[in-house]
Design a protein around this ligand. Structure first.
Ligand SMILES: C[S@@+](CC[C@H](N)C(=O)[O-])C[C@H]1O[C@@H](n2cnc3c(N)ncnc32)[C@H](O)[C@@H]1O
Length: 380
């Protein structure tokens, strides 16, 4: 080894060490002032006028102490150590999807944001519960406005089918000759074995991209449910036109959606209840550009579909509590997707407080939207 070279490096190492030590001390002393100045807050979204960047302060330890200690022995919320473990790989950095000046990541996706919910066993269980609640509350799978006198050889597609449970449940109402095809951008939540029967098939497809020929004009009924947080104003018509293209002439499209967003606050302040702040964030920061949810019939018509039914109604009161809990599970999954650490910790804190409020009787407010349209029998 060349001793002279090693020795000549020592002062340099010492110098580096002391610069690091000074920097650490500087940060320790000024850390609070820096965070007060929000220098760490880097998200590039526009912020409503009454909410500034200081809205997401990093929670200190034990940010929430319940006023009345829970009899159930639920421990007080402790913010989790930031971990990359729970971040789905498909999730792009938040700057990319919420930036006002964002570039189109993929022209064909038309600014569609990445999927923010999970797909693990807990997410599948949440989706299964959601399916059961929806079925129990509505009392039907296919809306009665769709006349299905002859079900023999009927072909049904479910797009964004998730676990495939809607399709599998409908298969029980169909003769063996009916064929039911589920499509989803991911097969992660499909059962690994063929437990749904031979006439149910599940495969992958992206409804925002040009469709493969084998699905075009093939279906008597196409169904889609819960694209809130997936489709945005700019992209919903692409999905709608593709769904229409899957229909045979005279076929029916049923879109089931839930509208919780329009009941969420447009503005919020730090003194508002946690659920109000959380819901403000979901509406304005997480899932903006979703006014399409209240314009579904107009999008049907733009595709050339004749709207035969459109309704919006709250769920049956007896299901509001478990359904609210189901939403809360979904929001917990969303929290895992937030890459900005301050924002994630803030969201988790608000979520934990909202969970407490829900345990004390608070419920979410939302409507179930159902829209059914028919494709012309003869092309116009
Ligand atoms: C909220 S889940 C609803 C699942 C199912 N429709 C239900 O009601 O149980 C939304 C589903 O849409 C799927 N999805 C997201 N983007 C999609 C796309 N571009 N094309 C097709 N499916 C998509 C997700 O993978 C997920 O399974």
């Amino acid at each position: 080894m060349d001793r002279s070279r090693t020795q000549s490096r020592r002062p340099l190492i010492k110098c580096t060490v002391s610069v690091t030590a000074i920097w650490r001390a500087y940060r320790a002393i000024l850390g609070n002032s820096l965070s007060r100045l929000n220098l760490r807050y880097q998200t590039t979204v526009s912020v409503p006028h009454n909410i500034d960047a200081a809205f997401f302060p990093k929670p200190t330890h034990s940010p929430y102490q319940p006023e009345t200690p829970s009899k159930m022995g639920v421990p007080a919320y402790q913010p989790e150590t930031p971990s990359k473990k729970g971040v789905p790989l498909s999730r792009a950095p938040i700057e990319k999807e919420t930036s006002v000046e964002k570039e189109t990541l993929d022209a064909e996706l038309s600014n569609n944001p990445p999927y923010m919910l999970g797909r693990d066993y807990q997410a599948s269980a949440r989706l299964a519960l959601l399916h059961c609640l929806n079925h129990a509350s509505n009392g039907f799978l296919l809306h009665p406005s769709i006349p299905l006198a002859n079900r023999e050889n009927l072909r049904v597609a479910d797009v964004g089918c998730g676990t495939g449970l809607w399709l599998a449940s409908l298969a029980r109402e169909m003769p063996a000759s009916a064929r039911l095809d589920g499509f989803d951008i991911s097969d992660q939540q499909f059962p690994r074995e063929n437990i749904y029967g031979d006439n149910v098939s599940l495969s992958t497809l992206d409804i925002f991209k040009p469709l493969p020929r084998h699905v075009l004009a093939k279906y008597d009924v196409v169904h889609i449910r819960y694209f809130m947080g997936i489709a945005v104003n700019d992209s919903v018509q692409i999905a709608m036109d593709n769904l229409n293209a899957m229909l045979k002439p005279g076929g029916y499209l049923q879109w089931d959606e839930e509208d919780s967003l329009s009941k969420m606050p447009v503005f919020a302040s730090k003194t508002d209840a946690a659920q109000a702040q959380l819901r403000w964030y979901i509406r304005n920061r997480l899932w903006p550009n979703t006014e399409w949810i209240n314009n579904i019939p107009a999008h049907f018509q733009q595709s050339g579909l004749h709207v035969i039914h459109h309704s919006s109604h709250p769920p049956l009161p007896l299901y509001r509590k478990p359904w609210t809990e189901d939403f809360l599970l979904a929001y917990a999954e969303v929290a895992n997707s937030l890459e900005n650490e301050n924002e994630r910790l803030w969201f988790q804190d608000m979520h934990a407080r909202t969970v407490r409020d829900a345990a004390n009787g608070w419920n979410l407010d939302w409507e179930l939207i159902i829209c059914v349209g028919r494709k012309a029998v003869v092309a116009a």
